[in-house]
Ligand binder design. Sequence first.
Ligand SMILES: [Zn+2]
Length: 76
Amino acid sequence: MKSIHCDVCKKQIHQPISNRNYFHKAHREMCEPCTDAMEAHIKSTVRTKQPFSYEWYTPLVKSSIEKAMLKGKFVK
Ligand SMILES: [Zn+2]
């Protein structure tokens, strides 16, 4: 069994199942609570940036995760 650690909170993800209890985003692995926190975190920005495009979404996710990794969590 491979062992996966969340890149943000550093917790081990037990019995990891992709897109179920961990998520691969912007080349990072995140647990479900961190993924939810990330989505809540970028939601207000996403709302102002219509129409949806991966051209801005991917860098937004990436920078948001990188900032959260320094702090160990997503903060407003
Ligand atoms: Zn996490």
